[in-house]
Design a protein around this ligand. Structure first.
Ligand code: AHM
Ligand code: MG
Length: 374
């Protein structure tokens, strides 16, 4: 059924999701979530596009908006987080959401209770499948004032999949946490490995906006047609080339990388890798743009571990795992160096992880350098 839908041209995302959920009734709630995500992405695309005109560039005016990771938030970080949060809340299909811009996972059911209290009405919680959403509303936002591509990354897990409690006696800040508390339950339902993802994707805001996602059966890409206000299927069934000729790493960190990474990149530069070709370098510093190019052209992208950052820079839940799911669904590989990113069970919402992904043969070649090291 997925293939029949994808073979058609001129298919809007709305229609695509309608067909998918008619053929797969268990995905009805995912249709609703994807509709909200696409509306949020259209709004974010417009916010990013007009940021210089509407004076939405720069940092939050209060000068003290620092997220839990110690990064000063840009105006657009805060705004786009709000856009996605509200779009998803009104589906009634989320139990919890986690975001790069939220210190802790946010319980959506608690929100419903608060709003019901304010309305002085009974809380109405939807029946049916429930989900947990993890997202980075505006990844690469340090680039946004210079109109360099940025993106939204999202991953959706089924709610209630929490199997093991990894909280031990303390949460990750070292503060004791009662495993029965609402906060602990939200955290546990969020800390799922990538193998539990039911949907993941990104929206790239660049010369065009592209919404690329997977429901676990291949990857499809939609381009925003501003004339009709719809995402249209332009890249059905994306398959990443088996091998590319581009590497994409922040080479300023080269002397801090582990030696397998240094040796691997040197071999690509000298044309001494398995392909025998000299590779070219491309690095935007905006993961969504770099991954989008890698999906379409092939090659390898990564943010590896280095001496300063033993876990690299990218966050597992809302950057590395959703992208790993996409890349694997397109026929590629996503590793930490030796291990599969999808299999890592998170211990914290903002946990970082080394990330190396792209064409199967390129990533396998990179892994051979790690495997050869101790
Ligand atoms: P952010 O989530 O704070 O925007 O950081 C993530 C971004 C990625 O998009 C990109 O791959 C990476 O940071 C670039 O980092 P660097 O500037 O160190 O190369
Ligand atoms: Mg980010």
């Amino acid at each position: 059924v997925f293939d029949e839908v994808c073979e058609m041209s001129g298919v809007t995302l709305t229609r695509y999701m309608m067909e998918i959920s008619r053929a797969n009734p268990h995905l009805k709630e995912i249709e609703s979530l994807m509709n909200s995500i696409q509306t949020a992405c259209k709004t974010i695309s417009s916010l990013v596009n007009r940021a210089c005109i509407t004076k939405m560039t720069g940092y939050q005016d209060d000068g003290c908006s620092i997220n839990v990771q110690g990064e000063q938030q840009k105006k657009l970080d805060v705004l786009t987080n709000d856009v996605l949060k509200k779009a998803l809340r009104f589906t009634g299909r989320l139990t919890v959401l986690a975001s790069e811009e939220e210190d802790e996972p946010v319980s959506m059911e608690d929100r419903e209770r608060i709003y019901a209290d304010l309305r002085n009405s009974d809380v109405v919680l939807e029946e049916g499948n429930k989900y947990v959403a993890c997202f980075d509303p505006l990844d690469g936002s340090s680039n946004v004032d210079a109109s360099i591509p940025v993106g939204t990354i999202f991953g959706i897990f089924a709610s209630g999949e929490e199997t093991e409690c990894l909280l031990d006696d303390e949460d990750l800040d070292g503060t004791p946490m009662d495993p029965e508390s609402r906060a602990a339950k939200c955290l546990m339902s969020t800390l799922q490995p990538g193998t539990n993802l039911v949907a993941a994707g990104y929206c790239l805001y660049s010369s065009s906006a592209h919404l690329v996602f997977t429901l676990g059966r291949g990857v499809n890409g939609f381009t925003y047609d501003t004339h009709i206000g719809e995402f249209v299927l332009t890249h059905p069934n994306i398959r990443i080339p088996e091998r590319g000729q581009i590497y994409s790493f922040n080479e300023a960190n080269r002397w801090d990388w582990d030696s397998p990474m240094q040796e691997y990149v040197t071999s690509l530069q000298m044309g001494q890798g398995q392909s025998g070709k000299r590779y070219s370098s491309r690095y935007i510093g905006s993961m969504v743009g770099d991954v989008h190019r890698t999906l379409l052209y092939g090659g390898i992208f990564g943010y590896p571990a280095d001496a300063q950052n033993r876990d690299g820079k990218l966050r597992l839940l809302y950057e590395a795992a959703p992208m790993a799911f996409l890349v694997e669904q397109a026929g590629g590989l996503a590793l930490t160096g030796k291990n599969r990113i999808m299999e890592i069970r998170p211990r914290g919402v903002h946990q970082r992880v080394p990330c190396i992904l792209g064409s199967r043969l390129d990533v396998e070649e990179c892994r051979s350098f790690y495997n050869a090291s101790k």
